[in-house]
Structures are given as structure tokens and as C-alpha cells.
Design a protein around this ligand. Structure first.
Ligand SMILES: [Zn+2]
Length: 62
């Protein structure tokens, strides 16, 4: 698996912040509490893609 992003890059930092805020309101209500779209909203999906493409092992070597 190849990684596209460095964990310290602005892209990744922003994506993780977005992932944090774009969450469903509750277990019963899957509306995104940040943008009001059905969760997972496009923002959360895109942010998750970035997270999956990030090599976090670089931050914690060994
Ligand atoms: Zn959202």
C-alpha cells in the first residue's frame, strides 16, 4: 500500500478536523451535525479518504 500524504501536512490536519466535526448527531439521527447532510456526508467521506491515504507510521517511527 502506498501512502499519499504526510501526517503533518495541512491537508491531513484539516481532514482530521473535518472528520471530527462531521459526525452524525446521534445513533438514532444520522444527520451530520456540521453540515446537515445525511451522514456520512461528502465532507466526511472525503476526509476519511485522506486519512486512509496518510502514513501515520511516519509520526510514530518504530
Ligand atoms: Zn457534514
Amino acid at each position: 500500500m502506498s501512502f499519499l500524504f504526510d501526517p503533518d501536512s495541512m491537508v491531513v490536519t484539516t481532514a482530521l478536523e473535518l472528520l471530527d466535526s462531521h459526525q452524525p448527531v446521534s445513533v438514532e439521527d444520522s444527520t451530520c451535525e456540521a453540515c446537515g447532510a445525511q451522514s456520512p456526508c461528502d465532507t466526511a467521506v472525503n476526509a476519511r479518504q485522506v486519512e486512509l491515504a496518510t502514513d501515520f507510521s511516519r509520526r510514530f517511527p518504530g
